[in-house]
Design a protein around this ligand. Structure first.
Ligand SMILES: Cc1ncc(COP(=O)(O)O)c(C=O)c1O
Length: 401
């Protein structure tokens, strides 16, 4: 049941004031705030359940292991996956690096990404290309920021091996037609990775339906702690993807000469994992499930429409990616003003927005701008907050003109 007043009470930080004003937190694309259920789960873990997992016979260790593996089941279910295909990582960036370094592609391979990618879905591939004489290619954008989907076919050559695309643009909020792109890529035999950092928090995701090989996301963008994330891989990859990190907990047997690695996902989780983060992630998913991801999505959409309509009415404002199929993210600039100045003035009104290139410098260069102001919504934001943001923005524009 979606009751915004109850939801807001669940997030302790929302009662904070900033510069004497109630906090309006519109920087959810960077990281979300945490509900009490998640904070309590972490306190409970350290107060009552803390032990290392997988290797202990004592009661605490067995209980912590059960919690950890239950978390794997619940997080997997949330994205329509089997727990046998779900690896806990440090986040989206970590997941992409594990895949980019582990694919064992032939030297000279081509990798296709898009012009709107976050640096985390460019740099690991760029590094691979630099070290292996590969080539990174980009699906270009239309003027409105949407992808030129039809260009994918033209970019693919016999050397192309991978398509790595973001599900939702962190800067523009545009939801990409990933199913269509995956279909094209699969017809040409490409390996496909989807960066779900900005889709999982905002919409129902089913990795089986998307049909990619790999799907990654970060816990902290979906109300969970920082430093934990998910790499889902189609089960065919579990034994095929090369290990790029090795260590304790990943093995069947080790001798001085040779190691036999465990069969399942454990082979990708060396060392003591972020147990607390995984338990916090499970608590966050439980919380999101109780509210309902569809209700969250609808609510954020209402906020997006309300904000877009009002921003469109301000003549000094230019919105980037002003299209229909979007998640709750708006990027804009005030003509003649630097985004940092706009962000700094909004902060005086207690409003947290992100300013800058949002780790999408290539996208900024396509748009010929140094950066934008980005407002990104979460389940706890309100229409009243949007109105206050618009009022504060109008006042800021006056000050800047
Ligand atoms: C689309 C996208 N990909 C990747 C990342 C990197 O996520 P993390 O820093 O949690 O690894 C982000 C973070 O903003 C993102 O928005």
């Amino acid at each position: 049941m979606f009751d915004i007043n109850i939801i807001r009470k669940d997030f302790p930080i929302l009662s904070k004031t900033i510069n004497g004003k109630p906090l309006i937190y519109f920087d959810n694309g960077a990281t979300t705030q945490k509900p009490k259920a998640v904070i309590d789960a972490l306190v409970k873990y350290y107060s009552e359940q803390n032990a290392n997992i997988h290797r202990g016979v004592h009661t605490l260790s067995r209980e912590a292991t059960i919690l950890f593996e239950e978390a794997r089941k619940n997080v997997a279910k949330f994205i329509g996956a089997s727990e046998e295909e779900l690896i806990f990582t440090a986040g989206t960036t970590d997941g992409i690096n594990i895949v980019a370094s582990g694919l064992n592609l032939p030297g000279g391979s081509e990798i296709i990404v898009t012009e709107m990618e976050h640096h985390s879905n460019i740099l690991p591939w760029q590094l691979w290309c630099e070290r292996n004489n590969g080539k990174l290619k980009f699906i270009p954008l239309n003027k409105d920021g949407t992808l030129q989907v039809e260009k994918l076919n033209e970019l693919i050559t016999p050397n192309t091996k991978v398509l790595a695309i973001t599900h939702v643009s962190n800067t523009l909020g545009i939801i990409n037609p990933v199913k269509e792109l995956v279909k094209t890529a699969k017809e040409k035999g490409l390996i496909v990775l989807i960066d779900g950092a900005q889709s999982v928090p905002h919409m129902k995701v089913n990795v089986q339906e998307l049909g990619a090989d790999f799907f990654v996301f970060s816990g902290h963008k979906v109300y969970a702690p920082t430093g934990v994330g998910v790499l889902w891989m189609n089960k065919n990859w579990i034994s095929k993807l090369q290990l790029v990190k090795a260590g304790g907990g990943t093995i069947k047997t080790v001798s001085f000469e040779k190691t036999e690695y465990a069969d399942g996902t454990l082979r990708f989780e060396p060392g003591t994992p972020n147990i607390e983060g995984v338990i916090g992630l499970a608590a966050a998913i439980h919380y999101v499930n109780a509210i309902g991801i569809e209700s969250i999505s609808n609510h954020e959409h209402t906020l997006l429409e309300h904000a877009t309509k009002q921003l469109n009415e301000i003549k000094e404002v230019e919105i980037y990616g002003n299209t229909k199929n979007k998640a709750g993210v708006i990027s804009f600039n005030v003509k003649g003003a630097h985004p940092f100045d706009v962000g700094t003035l909004l902060d005086k009104y207690g409003i947290a927005v992100r300013t800058g290139h949002h780790c999408t410098q290539p996208l900024m260069s396509c748009l010929h701008i140094p950066g934008t102001v980005r407002a990104s919504f979460a389940m706890y934001n309100t229409l009243e907050e949007v109105d206050q943001f618009i009022e504060a923005l109008k006042k800021s524009i006056k000050m800047l003109s």
